[in-house]
Each structure stands twice: as structure tokens, then as C-alpha cells.
Ligand binder design. Sequence first.
Ligand SMILES: [Zn+2]
Length: 266
Amino acid sequence: MRLHVLDCGAMSCDLTWLLLKPGRSIRPRAEKDRPVEWYPCTTHAVLVETAEGTLLWDTSCPRDWETRWVPTGLQEFFPYDQVTEEQYLDVQLGRLGVRPEDLDYVVLSHLHFDHAGNARMFASTGARLVCNDKEKEFAFGFPGAYSGAHLKADYEGLEFETVSGDTELLPGVTLIEAPGHTPGTMAMRVDLPESGTMIFTSDAVYMGDSYGPPATPAAIVNDLAAWYASVEKIRTIAERGDATVIFGHDAEQLWSMRRAPDGFYQ
Ligand SMILES: [Zn+2]
């Protein structure tokens, strides 16, 4: 079993989107003239190779974000402008010798445009596209082209298989239902023989600062009560399994990890 962390670069954004924290993103009166803090909102995917199949967790942002995201207006707030050619998802996979048709599963933690942005790359490769049932219901159910960071152009017309609750998709790879950020956000638990248990939270928890304890919420939350409950669910699972918790958009953490193609976990 091998797990590769694919560093797909970063969007840039006002930290306030990610962390509603007095004293950090939210200023006291003594600092009211200080400019807002812009943060490298890193984006990653995870490739898990097992004896039973190969899985990709999330697909990061698309190369054409600057035009594709125009309907949402969010290209001005989350420009995907800290990325090198070799960090785009297709190149990251290629550097590991993996072609889109080599994947058995492509699992989307949720369908926001910075996670499902390259889902179409796997439209006719034979890979099974998987998301949570509540996520699919929401993402296909709203009227119009977009809702927040859900952009139908990313996923409309694709066939998704859905999971509900906590689901072991491959031996040692479990999808954890963690709603709140969106109606069907999931985290992924991977039990590795040498590295131990790793939990990838995606946007159920943006950063170490969000995790706490106590948990600190963010600007984009579909259901705040569900969000808090999901963070504590993840914390309980992590503590029981002595897991390493990897957050969705934590730059310092991502940059401290073993990253493809040079390093991996097993
Ligand atoms: Zn999201």
C-alpha cells in the first residue's frame, strides 16, 4: 500500500474566508488599519495504491479557472495563481507514471470547484466517480449554473456513484461522512502498515487553526451545527486511531509533508 500526496499549488485568498479567528484574521481596534492577511490556500489530491485497486482523492483546481469560475465571481477572491506547470493535477499524476485510465476510483470529498475541478479528466476512463449521496443531491439540485463554489460546469453530465454514512471503499480506505462545510462533505481515513492512520479532512477542517480545540469555523459553512459535530467526530476517530490529521487547505502543514513524486507514505 502506498499513499502519495499531490501538491497542486495554491489559490490566494483573504485568510478571513478560511478562519474566523479574532486576533488573527479578525482585527482588534489597535490593528484596524492593518491590511487583511492573504494566505496561500494550498490544494492537494491524494493517490492511494492498494492491492485491490487505485484511488484518487479529489482533483484540485482546473487550468482554466480564470474563465471557468467567472459565473461565480470567486475567481477574484480565490485566484489559482500560485501554481507551477508541474503542479497541475495531470502533470502530478504523470510524474508518478499514472494515467487517468489507471485509476479504479476517483473520490470527490465534495463538489466545490477547487476539489472537483478536474473530475472531467476521468469521464470516460473507466474510473468510478464517487461522492456522498447528500452532496450529489445538493450539487445537482439547485437551480442555475452555480451556488457558492458549486459550479455545475465541473460535474454536470458525469455519472457519480454515491456512498452514505461511513464506508470502507477499499481495504484500509474508509470514507467518513463529515457534513457542514457542504451537505455531503467527506473525510478519508487510510490505515497504512508503516505510517499508521492518516485522516484527510478536506474542507471539513481547513487548517490546524480551525481544528483547535476549540474548533474555529470559516466563512463558507452550509450548516454550522453540523460542521462543529463533524469536527468533533473526526477528532474522536483520530484520537482512537492515533491518526495523523491532514487538513484541507493548510499551507504550512502541506509543505511539511512528504510530497510526490519524491516522497510517499506506506
Ligand atoms: Zn469546499
